[in-house]
Ligand binder design. Structure first.
Ligand code: AMO
Length: 430
């Protein structure tokens, strides 16, 4: 007989014979009644067993179980399975589990949970994070493909950095030095120029940042989009706003169980105010008495400004626009109307930056000049600047940090909770 998933069994009629396969979540050896809670990727179901059938069983063994469905008001979801046969297909080789994952809450500290990812990921509430993450990736693909974008896969071993700064991991590439990609920035622009017009990529990005914080990883997943033939950066913000609206509708319809586990109610519609950075800085100073760093908001400023936006506009999101040239990479298009500003933006979600985006310089001469102004050598960027010799259209794009978006949707406290196997300054295992 074919294995059925728990979620499908819960919808079946009494008396039906079923085969379930999964892990032993919990054993109840109560003497008069005995249960096994079987867990698979879709949920947990109660198997009613005899005392003999429990013999030799231990939590987290994987099993195959055959039985018949019966109704029981006291069982979770009103359904249980009267066990006929049970077979252990994955044995247990441990003395004691590092911590329990079958209670209402896992009681181990985050670092302990991360040390034992093979155990902590089993907890249904932890798995739910990655169901949401999977849906974000799916929606990103679906939304962009429906809008004429092509998925691309660009290299992660590069000859130079893309974002400026010194946050580069070096790798030995045969007899010379190469770098791990901080972003697919240069190649997504190239792909727009060669004729794909609109591209997206879901890929890893590497940052050798010396930040050991709740919001930084040294390896993260970047959701990148880039599109050609735009008028200005507002089209890029429209695109991202449209994606988030689509995503939230999808999550509300398809991830009810997961959102409920975290007590999250998503808005019916995503509409995002757009406010110039300089205005945001003034508001943070006037309302909260906090000075911002030159040309930016710090983490506290982002949080305070988000509070203000929530109060005034009822939105969890805000686009901060018109970032100064000094705070943006050399490829960013300067703003023709505001001296010293660029056509770029950040997206802040519940007090945390989840995106940077904007219009790029598409004129070859202007790009070369800008590279010089930033103190770089144009000859080192030829592989990039060459793309601008052959009719590069006006274009722009954005990137969303997948773990940051997941974390903010579910209200997680630490970005590591939104990474299957986080890489940070202190952790490269498991
Ligand atoms: P930026 O460097 O701002 O922009 O990165 C874009 C988004 O990526 C996420 N992110 C991170 N997430 C976790 N840990 C980190 N260390 C980390 N660093 C960045 C954030 C951030 O908003 N090329 C531009 C994007 C563009 O203009 O298209 C870029 O990479 O969510």
């Amino acid at each position: 007989m074919k294995k059925l998933y728990v979620k499908d069994v819960l919808a079946l009629e009494e008396g039906k014979e079923v085969v379930l396969k999964g892990w032993i979540h919990k054993i109840y050896d109560l003497g008069h009644v005995n249960f096994i809670k079987l867990r698979d990727k879709t949920g947990i179901i109660q198997l009613v067993a005899s005392k003999e059938q429990l013999e030799g069983l231990r939590n987290e063994m994987s099993i195959e179980a055959k039985g018949t469905i019966s109704k029981n008001e006291k069982a979770p979801e009103g359904i249980e399975v009267q066990l006929k046969e049970i077979k252990v297909v994955g044995k247990a080789y441990y003395d004691k589990l590092p911590f329990d994952i079958n209670g209402r809450k896992t009681n181990a500290a985050l670092e302990t949970q991360l040390d034992h990812r093979n155990i902590s990921l089993r907890a249904p509430k932890v798995l739910a994070v990655f169901k949401i993450q999977e849906e974000i990736g799916e929606c990103f693909r679906a939304y962009l493909r429906a809008n004429n974008f092509t998925e691309v896969h660009t290299p992660k071993i590069l000859a130079s950095g893309t974002e400026g700064g010194s946050e580069l991991f070096t790798v030995n590439y045969f007899d010379h030095r190469a770098f791990l990609a901080q972003s697919p920035q240069f190649y997504k622009q190239m792909m727009v120029g060669v004729g794909f017009e609109r591209v997206f990529e879901v890929g890893h990005a590497y940052r050798a940042e010396l930040h050991n914080t709740y919001r930084h990883l040294n390896e993260y997943v970047s959701l990148d989009a880039e599109m050609g033939f735009i008028e200005d950066e507002t089209e890029i913000m429209d695109l991202e706003e449209g994606f988030l609206d689509y995503l939230f509708k999808h999550l509300k319809a398809n991830c009810k169980r997961e959102l409920e586990m975290y007590g999250i109610e998503l808005p019916d519609k995503v509409e995002i105010p757009r406010i110039p950075l300089s205005e945001a800085q003034e508001i943070v100073f006037e309302r909260y008495g906090k000075r911002s760093p030159k040309g930016d908001l710090n983490a506290e400023g982002e949080r305070l400004f988000s509070e203000f936006v929530k109060e005034k506009y009822g939105s969890d999101f805000v686009f901060l626009t018109k970032y100064p040239i000094s705070k943006r990479p050399m490829y960013t298009m300067p703003d023709s109307d505001i001296e010293g500003a660029t056509k770029s933006f950040d997206l802040i979600y519940k007090g945390l930056e989840i995106t940077t985006g904007g219009q790029r310089i598409n004129d070859y001469d202007m790009l070369i000049e800008n590279i010089k102004k930033f103190g770089f050598k144009p000859e080192e960027y030829e592989f990039y600047t060459d793309n601008f010799k052959y009719g590069m259209p006006p274009h722009g794009g954005f990137a969303i940090g997948l773990e940051r978006l997941t974390m903010q949707i579910l209200g997680l406290e630490n970005i590591r909770e939104a990474s299957l196997l986080p890489r940070d300054m202190k952790r490269i295992t498991p």
